[in-house]
Design a protein around this ligand. Sequence first.
Ligand SMILES: Cc1cc2nc3c(=O)[nH]c(=O)nc-3n(C[C@H](O)[C@H](O)[C@H](O)COP(=O)(O)O)c2cc1C
Length: 360
Amino acid sequence: MSIETYLFGIKLQSPFILGSGPLSYGAKGLIRAHNAGAGAVVTKTIRDNPAVNPFPHMAVSGKNSMINAEEWSDIPGSEWVAKEIPEAKKAGVVVIASIGHTPLEAKNWVGKVSKAGADIIELVSYERDTILPMLKKAKLLTKKPVLVKISPNWVDAVGIALEALEAGADGITAIDSIGPVLRIDIKTGKPLIGGGNGFGWLTGSSIKPITLRYVAEISSATDKPVIGLGGVTKAEDAVEMLMAGASAVGICTAPIVKGVEYISKLNVKLEKLITELGYNNSADLSGLSHKYLNSAANNKKFDFIYNPESCTECMACVKACAYEARTLSSKNMSLDTDLCRYCGLCFSVCPNGSLRPDYL
Ligand SMILES: Cc1cc2nc3c(=O)[nH]c(=O)nc-3n(C[C@H](O)[C@H](O)[C@H](O)COP(=O)(O)O)c2cc1C
């Protein structure tokens, strides 16, 4: 079994693509991620002027989530073109050049990064109305595949993604960070993030369900690749992302927090998990869930199956029942079916699968 993946006909050593962020700050970062097993690496976003970031601009927020106020690349575009991209290409990295955030900047950089050796272009913008004009410019300047990165902060981001595909985008990256958001240090009352208002952008495991919805909805409507980026921190998340319809899986927060070497662990775990689930490769999983979306079969009443042997009588299922329908005493589980609304929370909170619905 191999986790090799193809994106626009380009062979990736793994379906994991390092998303644009601090680990892809320059050639050294791109090469480190490639050596750690990333299938491809998206550069930090290249713009006309190098970014100046607030102090501090990254903080963890709960388990495997972060907020950040990091701007685009602090390396000039000219250096990316002359040195960083060619160096990464020489080391064998599959390079996706991230270009932001305006049509003029697309005009200034798309052709140059393509000539410098970037394999794929990714367009990103803070403003929904600029992404399509950026795409128009980009398609005139390169024959390389162009990805459009969508932001969940845009009204109708799915609509924009579909318009972009219609207008010639070769694929979609979903999604960018979500915000603005705020966290406060309770000892001082100060925001965790520096700069003007202390606001930042949320990434990591807290945003996974949002990403999954975008990936499922967009990939259901196109045969072009969708890269599912947002909230993947474990191999299980990657499987979920592939099943939602992703062709490849982006990761940014997880390797930032756990170190870039974490990508090699994810590769090993994903390969093992795909085999355990009975599939041959990651492509077998892509879009597997589509048939259950918008389907009447997804709304059937079910029965419960209880396994007293594995039950530890932690009472989580009883406590979680808002309707007091469930009782458990000395491994005797009973359910008042008149009170039960079949909401599913009781088996969802069961830590070891002792209570489950008959369809799982
Ligand atoms: C510190 C940090 C910096 C980021 N910088 C960029 C950037 O320059 N350009 C960009 O398109 N996305 C940027 N992102 C967004 C990520 O590429 C990605 O869309 C987002 O983090 C969701 O993925 P994750 O949940 O795996 O982190 C950044 C994210 C983080 C955490």
